[in-house]
Design a protein around this ligand. Structure first.
Ligand code: FAD
Ligand code: NA7
Length: 450
């Protein structure tokens, strides 16, 4: 029988773990897997680039990660059961690593006793995907960005793993046109030092707002006002950071807020999140959503409802507390589904829809971050049950609750806390300096590699 062809779009943490799981399931005799990645290398958002706007090929820059970004959650919550941080670095390391350390760890797993590079076509962008009901095949239009040549390929299954945090949501405010300082979205933020001695207005009240305000103060900004639309973050902020209701308009460099107050500012950082964007998917295959704990029109948050015989998957669509381990169990579910190794799948469409309805109902009751954590823990537990993935990963749920409480206690010191690995039982050591003072985010400084 001819091998089924599987197209994976994107070689970030999601796409890579799909390739890794196919390889571990020794599926080469059953499926022919090809991954298209528009960048020159793997890693997705974890690959830092100084570039903003367009990349070297003239394509939109993908990653909005910045210098001196440190993990915003404990590494013990994203550790792979089969490949621990201790195994990778040969020693225990602190709980909140900087970006290069996490990227190195990911790369370690992708190269440990496995060779995934042959599956990937780098510098190749997917421009269009459509489905032909008659032969049950996807046609995928790709362009090799090095040679500027295009091609159509045919596949039986498509896995979209292009991420949800790369197309910025950029609102407008009256008076910004004549504002004289710098205005940028967090996607274009690269180095906090640029804002030394400046008075900042940070729009938004989520992870990016929290981290950019802290980063900029850490690297010498004069002050930061975080302005919120729905509710304030409510942390006990270090001196210099405050929160105010939403900015209404700008008059020159004066920002006017909803509570009638005003302030003179030097730069505006729009930390206003991202848009789900899959422009390369044909209309009826395109998932549409805002940031959510469980995406609409999917079974298990993964299989897109195309009809009775769906062959399209999306990965990593959820607002992320869990990340790498969630992607890993999602990938295992998808791989086993395609290989026919999930005992209860495929189910009739009506059953799938009924199952999803239960998740949507639970989703509608979520109120706090702690509710979200429990919801995501239950989601992962469900996928573990289906796939046989190590259910101990869900022990991270308790750690996430502790982490939220640590943030509430002191937002400037939560990254100095130490957590215990679920899989080695080792409690992480403290870093040599508190996060607020630690300015060297190299692997050498963090891991103390010789
Ligand atoms: P991505 O990492 O975005 O990778 C998608 C890949 O698809 C990219 O390589 C891209 O080039 C490729 N691609 C896109 N379109 C196409 C196309 N048309 N054709 C071919 N290739 C394409 N998570 C944590 O766990 N801890 C953190 O501390 C953390 N910090 C974050 C900080 C920021 C600023 C942001 C934005 C996110 C952060 N995250 C963090 C969450 C992050 O979403 C995940 O860790 C992870 O990167 C998601 O992986 P992904 O594979 O879904 O997407
Ligand atoms: P999020 O988590 O989607 O948050 C976006 C924030 O922006 C949120 O507080 C929104 O307020 C706010 N927002 C969006 N539009 C507006 C307008 N028009 N006016 C005012 N405020 C607005 O994005 P983040 O970038 O913080 O985080 C995404 C990922 O990056 C995350 O996983 C991190 O790990 C890093 P709302 O609450 O909707 O009123």
């Amino acid at each position: 029988m001819a091998k089924k062809r599987v197209c994976v779009i994107g070689a970030g943490p999601c796409g890579m773990t799909a390739l890794w799981n196919f390889a571990k399931l020794e599926s080469d005799n059953q499926v022919d897997v090809v991954c298209y990645e528009k960048q020159k290398t793997w890693g997705g958002l974890w690959t830092y680039s100084w570039r903003t706007g367009t990349d070297g090929y003239g394509e939109p820059c993908h990653s909005g990660m910045y210098r001196h970004l440190w993990s915003n959650g404990p590494k013990e919550c994203l550790e792979f059961p089969d490949y621990t941080f201790e195994k990778h670095f040969g020693k225990a390391i602190p709980s909140f690593p900087p970006r290069p350390v996490l990227r190195d760890y990911l790369e370690g797993r992708w190269t440990n006793n496995v060779n995934l590079k042959p599956y990937i076509r780098f510098s190749t962008v997917v421009r269009h995907v459509e489905y032909n009901e008659r032969d049950k095949k996807f046609t995928v239009d790709i362009t090799n960005l090095e040679t500027d040549t295009s091609l159509k390929e045919s596949f039986d299954y498509v896995i979209v793993a292009t991420g949800i945090f790369n197309v910025p949501n950029i609102p407008d405010f009256p008076g910004l046109d004549t504002f004289e300082g710098r205005i940028l979205h967090s996607h274009d933020f690269r180095d906090a030092k640029e804002f030394k001695d400046q008075r900042l207005l940070v729009v938004g009240s989520s992870y990016s707002a929290e981290d950019l305000a802290l980063q900029c103060m850490k690297y010498g900004a004069k002050s930061a006002i975080c302005t919120w639309r729905t509710k304030p973050m409510g942390f006990k902020w270090p001196k210099g950071i405050e929160e105010r209701p939403l900015v209404q308009k700008f008059d020159g460099n004066i920002a006017h807020f909803k509570d009638g107050s005003s302030a003179e500012i030097d730069a505006v950082l729009l930390c206003t999140g991202y848009k789900y964007s899959f422009p390369f998917m044909e209309d009826n295959l395109r998932l549409r959503s805002t940031l959510t704990m469980f995406p609409d029109n999917t079974y298990k948050g993964l299989l897109y409802f195309m009809g009775e015989d769906s062959r399209l998957f999306y990965m990593g669509l959820q607002d992320q507390y869990y990340s790498y381990t969630m992607f890993d169990v999602e990938a295992l579910w998808i791989c086993k589904y395609i290989l026919g190794k999930l005992p209860n799948e495929p189910r009739p469409l009506s059953e799938m829809k009924e199952n999803s309805k239960e998740w949507y109902e639970k989703r509608s009751k979520l109120k706090t971050a702690h509710d979200d954590i429990d919801f995501q823990t239950a989601y992962i537990a469900d996928l573990c049950k289906d796939t046989g993935y190590n259910p101990d990963v869900t022990k991270a749920g308790e750690m996430f609750h502790t982490w939220e409480n640590d943030k509430d206690k002191n937002i400037a010191t939560y990254r100095d806390q130490c957590f215990t690995s679920i899989f080695t039982g080792t409690r992480s050591p403290a870093h040599t300096a508190p996060w607020w003072q630690a300015k060297d985010d190299s692997i050498k400084a963090f891991v103390n590699k010789k």
